[in-house]
Each structure stands twice: as structure tokens, then as C-alpha cells.
Design a protein around this ligand. Sequence first.
Ligand code: HH2
Length: 293
Amino acid sequence: MSSGWLGPEPAGPERAGSEFTIMGVVNVTPDSFSDGGRYLDAAAAIEHGLSLVSEGADILDVGGESTRPGAAPVTEREELRRVIPVIEGLIASGCAARISIDTFKSGVAARAVAAGAGLVNDVTALRGDPDMAGVVAAAGAECCLMHMLGDPRTMQDDPQYDDVVSDVKGFLEDRMAFAVAAGIGIERILVDPGIGFGKTVAHNLELLRRLRELVDLGRPVVIGTSRKSFLGRLTGRESPDDRLAATVATNVLAYERGARVFRVHDVGPVRDALTVTAATVSAPWTTPTSTTR
Ligand code: HH2
């Protein structure tokens, strides 16, 4: 994308059609569902983040607490110990990507923003901590509001909706109004249907199928399908590491239906897939060489 919070357009003809933003996942946790324990050490997390940037991540989403069903809660002190050195290390290394902090604790968001994060990714959509909206507003940070039914402990216990897309859309509308009333500029808000957060396989598929209805909210839609269990249920791939093809398919489909921010673990392959998708469905493509094959 070419303006606003998404930053400058990438250079070079190869990137000319990239009207999307890739958010690479940096989990500094022992128990995340797909990469728990791999980057618990700050140096390993920083190195991983920088490698995602070299693959084409526009944003790095740094998280210190897993939200998978049944994950153990983490104290604020421990979450800070995990994420702040990583954010500081990324900034110190001249990281070209913007930094997002994946937290629902206002104390963590405040310290992360002070360390250089520009986006607060709150899976509770400002409901988890009464001070969160004020922290985001005061910092002038951007904020991703995500839908979740219940909380991570209970969210997968028989989730029910009247109509999942209308219910999620209504929720996001309410949370946008709440955020704006708290002083967060509308231009700083992103919305996310929360794939896998209190949803059955059918709910996730319905949200992807009818994503356009959420695009109608007028804010960039973030989509996070990466390696998630519904893809394993559909394909029979038990290991999250084996769900790349399924992840790519859902991100391509979501782009075509209007999503513009893609939260993924596998940045390079998703960037390639979305570059081709964007060039195909967006503006006419003119190649600088005569190669057509
Ligand atoms: N999914 C996860 C975490 N944060 N944030 C947004 N906005 N959207 C998502 O879909 C989303 C999210 C879960 O993925 P991951 O971070 O890999 O796992 P874990 O929560 O186990 O750390």
C-alpha cells in the first residue's frame, strides 16, 4: 500500500503491485501453538524478526503471551521481560519493519510503545484492560481491534452465533465507536475477524467467504489464518508446520475479498503469493522486460 500507517511503497518494479501489508509473527513464548519455545531467547527472537524482514515483512508483531485455547496466563512482569528486549533489539538493529505489540495489557503496551512499537494488536479489542484505550490514544499509536468470543480458556467450547459475519461485524462496529470515543483516531484503527478465536471450522470459512462485508466497515481488514487448526482439520495436516499451502490459499482468497493486512509466520511464501494475486486482480501489470512466461 502506498500511504498512511502502512508506510512508503516498496521500491522496484517487482513490488509495484504490492497493495498489501505483511505482518510477520514473532512469538517470544514457550507455548505458542505453532512455534512455542523456538524464539524464547531475546537474541533468537531478534534474529528471527530480522529474517522475516529480509523475507519482506512490513510489520513485526511481537507477542509474549500465547492466546491458544488453554494457554497459561502470563504476568505483566514476565510478559515485559520477554518482549521489551526484543523490541529494543529490533529497533537498535535498524529494523526496516514497523513494530506491533501483541498484548491486551496496558502496561505492556505502554512500555512497548515507549520502546518504539507503533501498533498495538489487542486480541480483546480494548476490553481486556480498562486502561488500554487511554494508553493507545495518548501514544497516538495505531490499534488492531480483533473479535474474540469469550476468552482463550473457553472460546472453543461450542461457540454459537446468530449469523457469524453479522455478529462479528456488529461487534467490530461497537469497538470502533468505543475506540474513537476514547480518543483513538479512526484512521489509526484496523479490524480483524479473529479467525480461530471462538469459531468452528464452519464459522472461519463463512467469515473468509463473506469477508467483503467486513471490508465495508471502511478500515483495513487484518486476517490471521496462519497455520491455524481449522486448516489442519480441513487438510488432515496435524503439524502446524505442514499447513503452509493451506495458509497461502486462505491469504490469497482473503486478499481477493478485500483484506489488506496478513498476519503470518511464513512471510516469504505468502508475499510471493500475494504479489502475484495483487498483480492479477489489481491494476494492469506492465513488465519492464519482454519476459512473459
Ligand atoms: N492470532 C493469534 C495471535 N494474535 N492477532 C490478530 N490480530 N489476529 C490473529 O488472528 C491472531 C492474533 C494466534 O496466533 P499465534 O500468535 O501464532 O499463536 P499463539 O497465540 O499461540 O501465540
